[in-house]
Write a protein that binds this ligand. Structure first.
Ligand SMILES: *[C@@H]1O[C@H](CO)[C@@H](O)[C@H](O)[C@H]1NC(C)=O
Ligand SMILES: *[C@@H]1O[C@H](CO)[C@@H](O)[C@H](O)[C@H]1NC(C)=O
Length: 295
């Protein structure tokens, strides 16, 4: 009776609450349908030496999925093989080398046979041209790892440009492949502790560029790197499984989502921020990741 009174006196609020609850319930139900027979759905993952790719390979292997793990180095491949089941196959794959891609595609073809490849996870930064070659005709999944840096340019250099490229490529691929039943998902992780966000590596990279500048345009970097270190320390999550869970959903759900924001920072901060006017996002970014002052 009390509840009824509350609803009657707050009709608008109650309607909104009802719609929100209904939306999330329906989405939860929709998300929970899974494809069957995972044990016969081959998945190729690139960049399995470390980070997201490595964790995803182990995670899917543990669930019985036949994984083909592309590794850049022999050491990476050996380490992964040693700690996974015999179902998981590794293949040396350097995604910047055409010959290496060709060899890996041949390996995958032989491995999957008539069944074709069910899923391709482009995790190593560059999408390998395998869609027409091996993916199961009329079905299958492509999962491309972009970043919140494909929505907001927080740093200079090529990284954001390449991630914007992944977003654009995935959007066109999704629309072009839809008539054929191939589903394309984009993963947008926030900040996680991987090689990309390792402060030492970022600092070395900055230093390399800095020393190339003409003397008179060099500004002191120490303060800048310190601020960056501080921000990265606060922002980076060590729980990479937040990202690999999204990847697994994109590969195994009956209705994969188009986009997955991975991590609290991506979901509730960076992605909403990317929808706001540039003057707002510029202001926020300047506070979090200050740029060096002019001399
Ligand atoms: C990957 O291929 C590129 C281009 O051929 C080459 O420059 C690079 O050294 C290769 N990396 C490894 C680890 O083999
Ligand atoms: C930033 O962090 C790296 C490694 O965590 C460290 O080597 C470096 O000295 C730090 N730089 C500054 C300016 O604090």
């Amino acid at each position: 009776m009390d509840l009824l009174e509350v609803i009657q006196s707050h009709v608008l609020l109650s309607s909104v609450a009802f719609l929100v609850v209904t939306f999330f319930t329906l989405r939860f139900i929709r998300d929970s349908f899974k494809v069957d027979q995972l044990y016969r759905r081959h998945v190729l993952i690139t960049g399995c030496d470390s980070g997201f790719g490595n964790l995803l390979a182990r995670q899917l292997d543990a669930k019985g999925v036949p994984v083909i793990a592309g590794c850049l180095t022999e050491k990476g491949a050996e380490d992964l093989s040693a700690s996974t089941s015999s179902r998981l196959k590794t293949v040396l794959l350097n995604v910047t080398d055409g010959v290496s891609i060709k060899k890996a595609v041949e390996f995958v073809r032989a491995e999957v046979g008539q069944r074709g490849l069910w899923g391709l996870v482009n995790n190593a930064g560059i999408s390998i041209p395998i869609v027409s070659a091996t993916l199961k005709k009329g079905k299958g999944r492509v999962v491309n790892v972009a970043s919140i840096l494909g929505r907001l340019s927080l740093t200079g250099g090529g990284y954001c440009i390449s991630k914007y490229g992944v977003e654009a490529f995935s959007d066109s691929l999704r629309m072009n492949m839809e008539p054929f039943g191939l589903k394309v998902s984009i993963i947008e992780p926030g900040f996680f502790k991987t090689a990309v966000t390792n402060p030492k590596m970022i600092e070395n990279d900055l230093e390399r560029l800095w020393t190339r500048l003409p003397q008179n345009s060099r500004t002191p970097m120490a303060q800048h790197t310190k601020a960056q270190n501080f921000s990265l320390g606060i922002l980076c999550s060590a729980d990479l499984s937040k990202v690999t869970k999204c990847m697994e959903h994109a590969l195994t759900a009956y209705y994969p989502r188009t986009r997955y924001g991975a991590g609290w920072d991506a979901k509730f901060f960076w992605i909403p921020l990317s929808y706001l006017p540039s003057f707002v996002s510029d202001f926020v970014v300047k506070i979090l990741l200050p740029t060096p002052k002019s001399p």
